[in-house]
Design a protein around this ligand. Sequence first.
Ligand SMILES: Nc1ncnc2c1ncn2[C@@H]1O[C@H](COP(=O)(O)OP(=O)(O)OP(=O)(O)O)[C@@H](O)[C@H]1O
Ligand SMILES: [Mg+2]
Length: 270
Amino acid sequence: MVENTQFMVEVKNLVKHFDEVKAVDGISFNIKKGEIFGLLGPNGAGKTTTVKLLLGLLEANQGNISILGFDPEKDEVALKSRIGYVSEEPLIYKSLTPRELFNFIASIRNLNGDDVSAKLAQYLESLGAIEYYERLISTLSRGNKQKIQIIAAILHDPDLLIMDEPLAGLDAKSVKVVKEILELHTERGGSVLFSTHIMEIAEDICDRIGIINRGKMVAMGTFEELRHMAKDIDSTMDLEDIFLKLTEQDESIKDIIKKLRITMKSTNGS
Ligand SMILES: Nc1ncnc2c1ncn2[C@@H]1O[C@H](COP(=O)(O)OP(=O)(O)OP(=O)(O)O)[C@@H](O)[C@H]1O
Ligand SMILES: [Mg+2]
């Protein structure tokens, strides 16, 4: 298999239906080496479905995915060592302690030696995770589970990190540390697919962003490019307004709040 050196990830015309729901409806994007690409969109936009298609966890109805020249549906095994995944759901190995989980990961990924131990110790220390290293994962707080999941995804130095809402539940200090971890990852040529529904997070972390709504890519570019695009669409609006408009959340918000107030006031007898 010849590896494509220009793009780490190439997605063309990806389609995934769940019965009549078009969760992903003809999406295309590329991720370069060393780039953090953000999938930004509201709840139900199709971010997690896209992520699962890239991981080969779901089968596409149409389209092409290439990760380092491999097809995730056919070459799952070859890609396993090259990808790290942080899922939107909490960690599954709840009956293990972090120590047992990392021992397990080290054995299945063949991670041995002082380098890996030193790296793991440093990640644990940086994220303040040492104090609960011997506790069952099921007893940890949501944010602390998330930290363990992030370390588990990056410990083997994957080429591509796929992170579905990775900062959800993390405190401010841990967000800073994770951002630094991502920067170190891209400095050594790694790429990231980062999904979020929060624009400020996408702006802060991602080099390029694809705005996704109802399974379609409605805009794509660097933040500066999107800002220019926003000016072209309507010079009086800022990017946040444009994002809400592109994802059809602008008018409906006012309407929802108005209706909510009317109903609540009338049902409260006032
Ligand atoms: N297994 C499934 N069966 C049926 N419909 C599904 C399934 N998984 C996702 N969907 C639907 O596909 C659409 C996209 O869902 P997806 O989980 O990809 O959204 P998302 O952008 O990740 O949203 P969120 O921000 O809430 O995580 C939604 O309408 C969802 O209900
Ligand atoms: Mg999701």
